[in-house]
Ligand binder design. Structure first.
Ligand code: SF4
Ligand code: SF4
Length: 413
């Protein structure tokens, strides 16, 4: 139980929430404390009972300051009343989507896209295949593996809910073969389900990326610039699927998640179920504290995460873990000019050319980067990892994508 939680009002892709509480107000566990009128958004809830002590901008893992509600816990954990849907109500797709929105569900794999929006594909794009993503392919991150071992019933239940509201025909639970216990466990559970199957996949990075997963499971390629509904598919993360089941059956909002505190720089690495808004420092303490002076603390996995520079940064809905690396594992950054070795092109899983794209972005040729399909980049980080010149490719790509998205939003190019 942290003494204080910091709940940012923007933890998702889409419009930020507005606060629904005031400073000094008492709040309960699961009480909605922020919401927005926008369709692409998700409300936020208090993860503790206690008193609102501040509503002010606070630093989040991306380095941005986001308006946040700070709540001092009274440690009583008094829960706001909530109830799920009856079996009959759960047959009504609109009611299910409404509950999912009310519960503040977003993709827990990292992207944090509002789940009710994802589960509402365009009318002319029916979904026939739903894939539950149990491929936790980033090193150190293991929360979904625990989820599959400890809560498989909720995964199967969540998948059945998704299949029903989308009218989809087949459900797949994709799990890498290095999680053989999870494969066995879930296979036992679904032995009598005709339209659900476990698909064991080779353990490799980035097997869990949405488009790669669709290709591996369904042998279908999502075209450039398109989303999975283009090939009648939908991918949902394991943790989100559990949250869907809990929201529908119990009315439980998204106030906690499972994540990994890992790496050689922490004394006792663990998977923990944590309250949204818990400061990173509290979790590191829970794991015995830091081992020496760390070289880098990363929010998320080592390939796609963000380097952290303030341990008071709160856990948000999309945080899959905190990885703490000792100094000797963090190379000194010394970026140099591209030597045209082509290694980044060789490893790029979506077959774009990070070398040229990086050079375009460096000289401000964002239009050329867009033409070279920079928006298709899944930000796996492989190009930067293999680059012998230590080029900051992923940082350049993120910068260009933000600029292009901003231009598109303003109705520009
Ligand atoms: S991060 Fe690099 S390797 Fe990964 S998809 Fe983007 S350009 Fe390709
Ligand atoms: S890996 Fe680095 S040095 Fe090699 S081509 Fe790509 S950007 Fe250039």
């Amino acid at each position: 139980m942290p003494a204080e939680v910091i709940i940012p009002l923007q933890q998702h892709i889409g419009a930020p929430c507005n606060p629904l509480v005031k400073v000094e107000e008492r709040v309960l566990v699961g009480q909605k404390i922020g919401d927005s009128d926008s369709y692409v958004s998700a409300p936020v809830h208090s993860s503790v009972s206690g008193r609102v002590v501040a509503i002010e901008p606070r630093l989040i893992h991306t380095g941005d300051k986001v308006l946040s509600i700070v709540i001092a816990s009274d440690e009583k954990q008094e829960v706001a009343p909530s109830h799920g849907l009856s079996d009959e109500e759960a047959m009504d797709s609109d009611k299910v989507r409404a509950v999912i929105r009310t519960a503040g569900l977003v993709g827990l794999g990292g992207a944090a896209f509002p789940t009710h929006v994802k589960l509402t594909p365009p009318k002319d794009k029916p979904i026939s295949d739903v894939i539950i993503n149990g491929c936790e392919c980033e090193p150190y991150i293991a929360g979904d593996h625990r989820n599959m071992l400890e809560n498989p019933e909720a995964i199967v239940d969540g998948l059945k809910i998704i299949l029903r509201i989308l009218g989809a025909k087949k459900g797949y639970i994709a799990i890498e073969t290095n999680k053989i216990d999870a494969i066995r466990h879930i296979n036992d559970l679904i032995s009598s389900e005709e339209n659900i199957k476990v698909v064991p996949l080779t353990a490799k990075y980035p097997q869990g990326a949405e488009k790669q997963l669709i290709q591996a499971v369904l042998c279908k390629e999502v075209p450039s610039g398109c989303i999975p509904c283009e090939v009648e598919a939908l991918v949902q993360n394991v943790g989100t699927t559990i949250a869907i089941s809990e929201a529908i059956r119990k009315g439980k909002p998204l106030i906690e998640r499972v994540l990994s505190i890992a790496g050689d720089g922490v004394r006792e690495p663990k998977n923990l179920r944590v309250k949204i808004g818990t400061p990173a420092s509290h979790l590191i303490e829970e794991c015995g504290g830091l081992k020496g002076n760390p070289g880098k603390i990363i929010f998320g996995g080592p390939m796609t995460g963000f380097a952290l520079f303030d341990l008071n940064t709160p856990i948000v809905k999309g945080t899959s873990g905190i990885v703490i690396l000792p100094k000797e594992m963090v190379p000194v950054s010394d970026p140099r000019a591209c030597i045209r070795c082509g290694k980044c092109v060789q490893v790029c899983p979506i077959y774009i050319m990070p070398n040229f794209i990086g050079q375009y972005i460096e000289v401000g040729m964002i239009d050329n980067a867009e033409e070279a399909s920079v928006m298709d980049c899944i930000e796996c980080g492989l190009c930067g990892y293999v680059c012998p010149a230590q080029r900051p490719l992923i940082q350049l790509i993120r910068h260009a994508k933000a600029k292009i998205t901003d231009n598109r939003r303003k109705g520009g190019k």
